[in-house]
Design a binder for this molecule. Structure first.
Ligand SMILES: [Zn+2]
Length: 100
């Protein structure tokens, strides 16, 4: 969470007051029988200063996670899910178009 609104070298205090956007990872990292099943990652970023951070969040077992990347070709989606910065850029474009 420390990177949001902060320059990458952390040399200066945060001065950005941009809106923080969120994206809940659609997939779960742990199998259903695991006690950690309800833990997943949330990606947070700021559209103005282009910083981002990930955070572990608790999502109840019964909650179906939405997939805003569902319309993409499988290869494109897999690439985005591997490259966090590319994913942030993509999600930010979607958010600016009102698609998120
Ligand atoms: Zn910012």
């Amino acid at each position: 969470m420390s990177r949001l609104h902060a320059p990458l070298d952390d040399a200066e205090p945060a001065t950005c007051g941009g809106t923080i956007r969120r994206y809940l990872r659609r997939y779960r990292f742990h199998p259903p029988e695991s006690r950690s099943y309800e833990r997943t990652f949330q990606l947070l970023w700021c559209s103005d200063c282009r910083t981002y951070a990930t955070q572990t969040v608790h999502v109840p077992r019964a909650t179906v996670l939405p997939n805003p990347l569902a319309d993409l070709a499988v290869e494109v989606r897999e690439t985005l899910e591997r490259k966090e910065l590319a994913l942030v850029k993509h999600l930010d474009r979607m958010a600016r178009r009102g698609q998120l």
